[in-house]
Design a protein. Structure first.
Length: 131
């Protein structure tokens, strides 16, 4: 079950997201972890929001990247299954992929693609329902 987040303001008046339920994220967030195989596309499908009291189908995915071997992960993420994501080349080209994103708004059933040029890159994704 995904925890609902709402847009609110922090103590300094800046826009932020926060839980209105008083629950800890670990109680209701949806977690994924994986190791990315070098040069191979790894896909994750955004799960359904199973919170019966919160009808929103919008979710936010928070990403964390780690590489215990090199210390600086390089994971490219694309928010769709088509076209298939590829590693960047020396040629400048338009792309929908982003290097080590922090967070994206996603919807259940959406496919996220991950690719990395080197071994050892790990990815953690936490999904929250938003309104």
């Amino acid at each position: 079950m995904a925890i609902p987040l709402t847009t609110t303001r922090d103590i300094n008046g800046y826009m932020t997201t926060g839980s209105q339920t008083g629950r800890r994220p670990s109680d209701t967030a949806i977690y994924f972890t994986m190791n990315v195989t070098p040069g191979t596309v790894t896909s994750v499908t955004v799960p359904a929001n199973s919170n019966p009291t919160f009808g929103s189908q919008r979710m936010v995915a928070y990403f964390r990247f780690a590489d215990p071997l090199r210390g600086n992960p390089a994971v490219w993420v694309q928010p769709s299954a088509s076209p298939t994501i590829t590693l960047p080349s020396a040629t400048v080209a338009s792309t929908t992929a982003e290097l080590n994103p922090i967070a994206w708004e996603v919807v259940p059933g959406q496919v996220l693609q991950f690719i990395s040029p080197e071994a050892g890159d790990m990815v953690s994704i936490v999904f929250y329902a938003i309104q």
